[in-house]
Design a protein. Structure first.
Length: 257
């Protein structure tokens, strides 16, 4: 017994010293690659934005932008909600990073946010050193610039109908369909068919025979045929016994006469 306790304690000690598992790697959700960079690039101190549509339900954790060097200057990216296709001004999350080289720049959100598939958001940033984009390739959003109000880069007479960007997710939610047969079996009473008293169920997982509100118990459930068969056998056996008793009584009566 002492040996077993020693082994258990040793195992717990090893588990306590084991390193904490790393967080799951972020998964790419939305992206638009830089194309025709000679023409789809410009720099400005004005606010810029790229709207996008979330593809996976989960947690938005990282945003990448394809930018020119800002000489090591720290750039901040905000994630904003969208109203009528434009950034609303409500900041949901943000991340900052120095931009010292040209290429993909990673901005890790300090407080990742939960998002839902189909939700539209905006990446809002500045790019004094320059930002790259593409022709109108991304269908889930568009590139915008803010002067007195937000407008598309096309309306502003600038290139980059879409900026080059990537979004990365963690804690992605996956949905699995519940087995209708399992759901039905879980509601059955052993030996009797499950019954309901309301209107017939037409939704997913509805079981044939479960929508009847009256009738012989068990006759409409999955075990109905078995119950009915047992009842038939009992009826036959009982009938045979009754006939044998009548024959004995008739024979007895004839002997007394």
């Amino acid at each position: 017994m002492k040996g077993c306790l020693f082994v258990v304690c040793a195992a717990l000690a090893v588990l306590g010293m084991a390193p904490t598992p790393a967080l799951a790697s972020a998964v790419l959700d939305q992206s638009n690659e830089p194309l025709d960079t000679a023409t789809n690039a410009f720099g400005t101190a004005a606010n810029l934005a790229q709207t996008f549509t979330v593809g996976k339900t989960g947690t938005l954790a990282i945003v990448d932008l394809y930018m020119d060097s800002h000489g090591g200057q720290t750039t901040t990216v905000n994630i904003e909600s969208v109203t009528s296709g434009m950034p609303s001004g409500t900041v949901l999350a943000s991340g900052s990073a120095p931009v010292a080289t040209s290429g993909w720049q990673e901005f890790t959100l300090t407080s990742p946010i939960a998002v839902t598939s189909g939700q539209q958001l905006a990446i809002v940033f500045t790019a004094p050193g320059g930002v790259y984009g593409s022709p109108d390739n991304y269908t889930g959003g568009q590139a915008l610039m803010q002067f007195s109000s937000w407008e598309t880069t096309a309306d502003a007479g600038l290139p980059c109908p879409d900026f080059a960007f990537e979004t990365f997710m963690t804690n992605i939610v996956t949905t699995t369909a519940t087995s209708a047969s399992s759901a039905t079996l879980a509601t059955l009473t052993p030996g009797l068919g499950a019954k309901t008293t309301g209107a017939p169920s037409t939704g997913p997982g509805a079981s044939p025979g479960n929508s009847t509100s009256s009738g012989t118990p068990g006759s409409d459930g999955p075990n109905g045929p078995i119950v009915a068969g047992v009842a038939l056998v009992l009826a036959v056996v009982g009938g045979g016994a009754f006939l044998m008793m009548r024959r004995r009584r008739s024979a007895g009566s004839g002997a007394s006469d």
